[in-house]
Design a protein around this ligand. Structure first.
Ligand code: NAP
Length: 182
């Protein structure tokens, strides 16, 4: 099995490399199918997902799975740099989706609860109506839609917060806010 991780130096990309290497995540072992997988982990300097030609030539090398961990994740920055945010969160996934479709590759597109308006009090279900209220949410939703439209073998994973050893950590952010306001 050959797996490409894009945005490999971010929080998720780094964790994905670790769990695939160790064949174990915090919640348990990975399925045996992943043992011995060839993992190609490319940071933004090695593969810019906004570069359609670069994406096409990388995917032509033949992958079974692409996990897109690349994103413009600065939520406030997306409001002022909408064009850049759209390029990474929308056009990038579109380029990946097109190339995956061409080569029969499965695409895992990581998305966010920011696609929802944030007005419900209970649990979310997949079929809840979307309605992003931020540029980040709108660009991520556009990325989802492009993947659905352009690729037939995809998974879209909407997560609300990532937990890991790198980057902005959920627990540490809570502690920081608590000490600020407590
Ligand atoms: N963090 C969270 O709590 C959270 C919550 C919900 C959803 N998500 C989603 O989870 C995914 C991963 O998030 P994360 O927290 O791991 O983000 P992250 O730490 O900010 O990592 C994103 C990575 O994407 C790379 N990147 C940016 N532009 C790129 C481009 N044009 N081509 C290739 N790579 C590019 C960045 O590289 P550079 O640093 O070199 O620019 C960075 O390494 C994203 O889809 C995000 O929307 C995250």
């Amino acid at each position: 099995m050959k797996i490409l991780i894009t945005g490999a130096n971010g929080q998720l990309g780094t964790e994905l490399q670790r769990v695939l290497r160790e064949m174990r995540a915090e919640i348990g072992p990975l399925p045996a199918d992943y043992r011995g997988a060839e993992v190609v982990a490319l940071g933004s300097g090695e593969l810019d997902i906004t570069d359609e030609n670069a994406v096409a030539s990388e995917l032509a090398k033949g992958y079974d799975i692409v996990i897109n961990a690349a994103a413009y994740t600065n939520v406030d920055g997306c409001e002022s740099n909408t064009e850049d945010a759209d390029a990474v969160n929308h056009l990038g996934p579109a380029h990946l989706a097109r190339a995956c479709e061409e080569h029969g590759t499965k695409l895992v597109q990581v998305s966010t609860d920011y696609v929802f308006p944030g007005n419900n009090e209970g649990e979310r279900v997949e079929t809840d109506p979307v309605g992003p209220i931020s540029a980040y949410g709108r660009t991520k939703l556009a990325g989802e839609e492009a993947v659905k439209e352009l690729c037939s073998r995809y998974f879209i994973v909407r997560t609300a917060w990532l937990y890991g050893y790198k980057g902005k950590k959920f627990a540490m952010t809570r502690f920081r806010l608590a000490s600020k306001f407590g």
